[in-house]
Design a protein around this ligand. Structure first.
Ligand SMILES: O=C(O)C(=O)C[C@@H](O)CO
Ligand SMILES: [Mg+2]
Length: 398
């Protein structure tokens, strides 16, 4: 079996979106001064680092007609250009079973400028498609090639609860608690720029969600890199009484010393890795004891080949892995590792941040039932097909 073609297409959502409101979620741009003159200039929207309304879908086809699917949501147009210009020539004519060789080939050939960020995201999409081919070629789901089933079903946590009016936040938590979720991730709306009033707002929101979900369910707190070390050091002791399962990405991904300091500061575990890349990036996080929960995303770190190695590495450090985002590439790795206790789950929802866009592009992602996800033992590959229902809601670039 040989790889015959690689097709990368950019899917840009042009359908209706739910506009996020003010203080929707803290993020790294909150700390950047934005004067009035810049505010209307392209790129000055602080939420634009945060929307995923455009995805690259990769189809890798073999000479015997198997098509593997992969995708990438980070800088999708640039990812497509990298795939077309640099990565496709490296995998054409190659045997997909040589996946380690192909992964190393792509990683090392792009090393001068790749390594972290969109270069690795582009590699990830091809690698994921290759694993889809492998599963399809032997009639097995990908998780059966990675170690098999380690759980009857995958517990998952409800991930939304962006900052909104307290009553609406509580109603959202109640609605999904009633659907059987036992773990919830909420987003902070405020950070250093909002002063003491923002501190109070943040605490008020956490208290309100705890009031609804109680202390017998898990609560995760997301900063999306929107705080700085000084602010996080002030916030953490105040948050302890709410017993969060973790505090996520309090500072920017490059501030590994900051993570390490915060992770030792209180009883609250610090999580991160959503914006980390490669086996070496995660070794650094683990060696520095910077995170107590690792949250790689398979379509960023270097694909299934790399994520499988990171799983083994984290297991040896006794640090659990709970991958960022839902999506099949992550679920298969979670199902096949004892060190992955649960999955993140984005609810099926009108397009807002774009976290939910994969439901509009693919068929096959499982819907949560009573807070659990199931993978089919008999569905080959990743279990995804391209959806046709919403095709006219996208502009597709070949
Ligand atoms: O789901 C997460 O962990 C994210 O960081 C998603 C992102 O869209 C911010 O909410
Ligand atoms: Mg996150």
């Amino acid at each position: 079996m040989k790889i015959k073609s690689v097709r990368a297409r950019v899917y840009e959502w042009k359908g209706k979106t739910v506009p996020p409101q003010g203080n929707f979620c803290s993020n790294a741009m909150d700390l950047v001064y934005d004067n009035k003159a810049n505010r209307h200039a392209a790129g000055s929207d602080t939420m634009n680092t945060f929307r995923f309304h455009c995805w690259t879908v990769v189809e890798v086809e073999t000479d015997d007609g198997i098509i593997g699917l992969g995708n990438v949501a980070l800088a999708p147009r640039i990812a497509k250009a990298i795939i077309d210009e640099y990565l496709t020539p490296l995998v054409l004519g190659q045997d997909p079973w040589d996946y380690e060789y192909l992964n190393q080939r792509m990683y090392r050939a792009t090393h001068a400028w790749g390594r972290k960020g969109v270069g690795m995201a582009a590699i990830s999409a091809i690698d994921i498609a290759i694993w889809d081919i492998l599963g399809k070629s032997v009639g097995k789901p990908v998780f059966k090639l990675l170690g098999g089933r380690t759980k009857e079903k995958i517990p998952c946590y409800y991930s939304k609860l962006y900052r909104t009016d307290i009553k609406d936040l509580q109603a959202e938590a109640q609605k999904f608690k009633d659907q059987g979720f036992r773990a919830f991730k909420m987003r902070f709306g405020h950070g250093p720029a909002h002063g003491q009033q923002g501190v109070v707002e943040n605490l008020k929101a956490v208290e309100a969600v705890r009031e609804v979900i109680g202390y017998d369910n898990d609560l995760m707190l997301e900063c999306y890199m929107g705080w700085n070390l000084e602010y996080a050091k002030r916030m953490l002791p105040k948050l302890e009484k709410f017993q969060p399962r973790w505090l996520e990405e309090p500072v920017i991904a490059d501030d590994i010393d900051g993570y390490a300091e915060l992770n030792q500061l209180t009883s609250i575990p610090i999580s991160g890795g959503e914006h980390e890349f490669s086996l070496y990036g995660f070794k650094q996080l683990l060696d520095r004891k910077a995170v107590s929960v690792v949250q790689y995303d398979t379509n960023r770190v270097g694909g299934i080949t790399m994520a499988h190695k990171i799983n083994a590495l984290c297991e040896a450090y006794s640090v659990p892995v709970i991958p960022h985002a839902g999506q099949m590439h992550n679920y298969h790795l979670t199902m096949s590792s004892l060190n992955c206790p649960m999955s993140e789950y984005f609810p099926i929802f009108d397009v807002e941040v774009g976290n939910e866009l994969f439901y509009y592009i693919f068929d096959g992602d499982p819907a949560a039932e009573n807070g659990f996800l199931q993978l089919d033992d008999n569905l080959p590959g990743l279990g995804l097909t391209l959806k046709t229902e919403y095709l006219d809601h996208f502009t597709i670039t070949e």
